[in-house]
Design a protein around this ligand. Structure first.
Ligand code: FES
Ligand SMILES: [Fe+2]
Length: 446
C-alpha cells in the first residue's frame, strides 16, 4: 500500500470510507445535554460527514437524526419541536425521537401511510451531561457505552469543554500524543530554574528531548516518556490513544489524573475536541519563582459566539485569518516562545497551519514521532481489519478501558516501565472506587 492510500483510509470519515465505517461502530459524544432544551430549537450537528439534527422532546428524550425530512428532504432544522416530536414545516409530517412518523396531516386519513415512513434516526444515550450517539448499522442492539474513566465522572465532579478545530481529526489528535512539542511550542520560554519546585514543567523545561517507549495496548497505543531527574530516580509521563479517536494526555499527577479527550470528526476537515477533566486537578499555569506569570499558558482562549451553522459551535477567535493572534513582540522578547497565548490555541495554530488534511508524503518523521507513527498504523490496521471482517477492538469489552490512565510520576529507576505503570494504576484514584458506575448514568427510557 502506498502512503497516499494509507493517508486516505486514515483520514476520511464519511459513510462508506474505511475509517468512517470503523468509527461508526463506537458510541460518539455528540453534544452537551444542556445544548438540547425540551421543546427548544433543534441543533445542527455535523458528525462523520453527516448533517444531523439533535432535539429534546417534551418528555426530555433526545433524538438525533438525518436533517432531511423523509418526505421530500426539507431540513428538519426548520422544524417545530412540539408535543413529543419534531414537525416538518413543509407539509407538517411529525417524527418522534426514534424517527417514527407519528402524524401525516397533509394526507387524507384514508390514504395515511405514516406507519411506513421513518426519519433516519440514530440511537442516543445521555450520561453525566453528555449526549452520545451510535451511528452504526446495529441500531436495534448497539454495543455498550464506553467506560473511559473520565466519562464516568458525575456532572459535579468533571469539567467538560468543547473546542472546534479546522483540520482533519487525526492531525489534531496527534498533538496529544506528541510529547516532544511541549517543551517548545508551549513552554519554550521557560527557564527550568525559575519553575517552582515540584511543578512538572521543571522536568519538561529541563530536558527537552526525552526518550520514550511505545507499545500497543488492547485498546490502542501507549507511551511512557522518561527522564532521569536525580541519580536513581526516573520521571515518567504516560499518555494513550484509545480507539477510535480518544486520548489521555500526561499533564496531571498520575494517581489523580482522571481525564480524556475525544477528537470527534465533524467531517474530513473539521474536528470537535471534547475534553473531560476531573474537577480540582492542579493547573499548569502558576506564578514562577521570580513572581512573573508563566507566559503563554492563560487558561481560556476567546470563543466566538455559537451560531446555528453546521460548523457554528465552539470556534475560537484565533484562526488563520488573524494569524492565530501571533504576537511577534512576545516572541522576540521570549515572553512567549511561540508568540501565541494559551496552550489550546498554540496546538490549534500549528495543526490548522498544516492545511485541512496534512500531506503525509511531505513529512520526515523522527525518533520523537514514534508514538504518532505507531498510532496511525494501529488505527489504520484496526479499521482495515474491521473492513475485512474482524471485530472492532474493545467494542464489546468497555471495561478494559478503565485501566487506561495517563499522567506523570517519579519512581525508582530500576523499575521496568510496564511494572511502574501497573503499580501506579493499582494505587491510583479509580472511578469505580469513587463510587461511580453505570448507576450514575441517566439513560432515558424510550
Ligand atoms: S418535506 Fe417534510 S413534510 Fe414534506
Ligand atoms: Fe500541545
Amino acid at each position: 500500500m502506498g502512503i497516499a492510500e494509507d493517508s486516505h483510509d486514515l483520514t476520511r470519515v464519511g459513510p462508506g470510507t474505511v475509517m468512517g465505517e470503523f468509527m461508526r461502530q463506537y458510541w460518539i459524544p455528540a453534544c452537551r445535554g444542556t445544548e438540547l432544551v425540551a421543546d427548544g430549537s433543534p441543533l445542527r450537528l455535523m458528525l462523520l460527514g453527516e448533517k444531523l439534527i439533535g432535539f429534546r422532546d417534551s418528555s426530555g428524550r433526545v433524538g438525533i437524526m438525518d436533517h432531511r425530512c423523509p418526505h421530500r428532504c426539507a431540513s428538519l432544522f426548520l422544524g417545530r419541536n412540539e408535543e413529543d416530536g419534531l414537525r416538518c414545516t413543509y407539509h407538517g409530517w411529525k417524527f418522534d425521537v426514534e424517527g417514527r412518523c407519528v402524524d401525516m396531516p397533509s394526507v387524507a386519513p384514508s390514504q395515511d401511510f405514516k406507519h411506513k415512513v421513518r426519519a433516519h434516526a440514530y440511537k442516543t444515550v445521555e450520561r453525566n451531561g453528555m449526549v452520545w450517539v451510535y451511528m452504526g448499522p446495529n441500531q436495534e442492539s448497539p454495543p455498550p457505552l464506553t467506560r473511559i474513566e473520565a466519562t464516568l465522572l458525575p456532572e459535579g465532579e468533571v469539567d467538560i469543554s468543547f473546542m472546534q478545530r479546522g483540520c482533519n481529526w487525526m492531525q489534531a489528535l496527534e498533538g496529544d500524543i506528541d510529547t516532544s512539542h511541549f517543551g517548545f511550542l508551549h513552554v519554550g520560554h521557560l527557564d527550568p530554574d525559575n519553575v517552582p519546585e515540584g511543578h512538572p514543567l521543571q522536568h519538561t523545561a529541563g530536558d527537552r528531548a526525552p526518550m520514550y517507549h511505545v507499545k500497543d495496548a488492547p485498546w490502542g497505543t501507549t507511551y511512557g516518556a522518561y527522564r532521569t531527574v536525580r541519580p536513581g530516580t526516573t520521571y515518567w509521563r504516560f499518555a494513550n490513544y484509545m480507539f477510535p479517536f480518544f486520548t489521555q494526555t500526561p499533564q496531571g499527577p498520575f494517581g489523580q489524573n482522571i481525564q480524556a479527550r475525544a477528537w470527534v470528526p465533524m467531517d474530513d476537515e473539521h474536528v470537535m475536541m471534547v475534553f473531560w477533566r476531573r474537577r480540582g486537578l492542579p493547573a499548569t499555569n502558576v506564578p514562577l519563582k521570580d513572581g512573573q506569570p508563566m507566559g503563554g499558558t492563560t487558561p481560556q482562549p476567546m470563543f466566538k459566539p455559537n451560531d446555528t451553522g453546521w460548523h457554528g459551535r465552539f470556534r475560537i477567535v484565533p484562526d488563520e485569518s488573524n494569524d492565530w493572534m501571533l504576537d511577534r513582540e512576545a516572541m522576540r522578547t521570549n515572553r512567549i516562545w511561540c508568540g501565541i497565548d494559551h496552550i489550546g490555541t498554540q496546538d490549534q495554530a500549528v495543526t490548522e497551519s498544516m492545511g485541512a488534511i496534512t500531506d503525509h508524503a511531505w513529512e520526515h518523521l523522527g525518533p520523537g514521532d514514534l508514538m504518532i507513527a505507531r498510532t496511525r498504523r494501529r488505527a489504520l490496521m484496526a479499521a482495515r481489519a474491521f473492513r475485512d471482517g474482524q471485530p472492532a477492538p474493545g467494542l464489546m469489552t468497555p471495561d478494559i478501558l478503565s485501566d487506561a490512565r495517563s499522567g506523570f510520576f517519579e519512581i525508582d529507576a530500576a523499575v521496568d516501565w510496564q511494572d511502574a505503570y501497573a503499580q501506579k494504576v493499582m494505587k491510583a484514584d479509580r472511578a469505580a472506587a469513587l463510587g461511580l458506575s453505570d448507576a450514575a448514568a441517566t439513560v432515558p427510557a424510550k
